[in-house]
Each structure stands twice: as C-alpha cells, then as structure tokens.
Design a protein around this ligand. Structure first.
Ligand code: IDP
Length: 147
C-alpha cells in the first residue's frame, strides 16, 4: 500500500560571496558551509558585477547613507554568485550568514566567525542572501536570467 508523503516545496535563494570574501579566500569556506548544511548548488559564477546590476540589486537601499559606498564596494572585485536550493533555504542561509553587523553576528555564523568591523562606511560582511521568496525570485532573475 502506498503512503502519501507531504513534503515542503523546494525553495531557491541567491547567495553572493562579496568582494571581501573572495579577496580573503573565503569563497570555498562559504560554499562548504552551504553544502554541509545539505543545500544543493544549482548555479555558480565568479564575476565582477557592473554598476547597472548593482543598482538593480540594491534598489531598496537607494538614498541611504551607505548606498554609494555599498555599490562601490560590491563592484570593487569579483564576487561568487550562486543559487542554492532546498526546503526553507532562504531562511536557512540567512541563519548560516548571521546578523548584518559582523561584530554583533553570533559565533557559529559565517559573519560571526569570519567577519569583523573594519571601520569603513559600509559593512564588509562577506555574504549576501535573499531575504524573502519575492526577493529571491527577483535577484535570481537579475544574476542568472537563464534559470
Ligand atoms: P543584509 O545583507 O543582512 O540583508 P541589508 O539591510 O539588506 O542587510 O543591507 C545590505 C547591505 O548593506 C549589508 O549586507 C551591508 O553590507 C550594508 N549595510 C547595511 N546596513 C548598513 C549600515 O548601517 N552601515 C553600513 N553598511 C550597511
């Protein structure tokens, strides 16, 4: 007799290893934590994003004091962009990443273990992760239009 199994739907999220993470050689560490948690990589790319892509990606922050330094920093070198997939991966990666401020981020998280404040106008906090299903769909469309 077959048994009905109800499973939660798969989600996808956009993760960026920011230029500070790539420069410090931490891309592999971040990818390792995503894979060790049990999420699956469905796309992966190393590139230096142009100003147009970053303006779209960070549109919600336009006008804030850290917006210009943020866009400049994010375009300062290569980032690793990836799409990870799994049940509740959006929330799960945010939990792996830790709080936005790396000084306050809990030990055990990517930002808490590997990040710190460098006294700069923008938080160089190693990673980005989409914050909701709507953001994830929008950001994956921007970074990986073929998906
Ligand atoms: P999140 O990356 O944790 O989702 P957001 O509030 O979406 O945080 O901010 C986007 C990025 O902008 C942060 O990751 C950080 O790099 C930068 N940022 C956010 N708030 C500040 C701030 O108050 N000062 C400097 N940089 C900030």
């Amino acid at each position: 007799m077959s048994q009905a199994v109800v499973s939660e739907p798969l989600e996808r999220t956009l993760v960026l290893v920011k230029p500070d993470g790539v420069r410090r050689g931490l891309a592999g560490e971040v990818i390792g934590r995503i894979e060790a948690k049990g999420y699956r990589l469905v796309a992966l790319d190393l590139r230096t994003p142009d100003a147009a892509l970053l303006a779209e990606h960070y549109a919600e922050h336009e006008g804030k004091p850290f917006y210009a330094p943020l866009v400049e920093f994010m375009g300062s070198g290569p980032v690793v962009a990836l799409v990870a997939e799994g049940q509740r991966v959006i929330e799960g990666f945010r939990s792996l990443a830790g709080a936005t401020d790396p000084t306050a981020a809990a030990p055990g998280t990517i930002r808490g273990d590997l990040g710190r404040d460098w006294g700069l106008a923008v938080q160089q906090n190693l990673v980005h992760g989409s914050d909701s299903p709507v953001s994830a769909a929008r950001e994956i469309g921007l970074w990986f239009p073929a998906l």
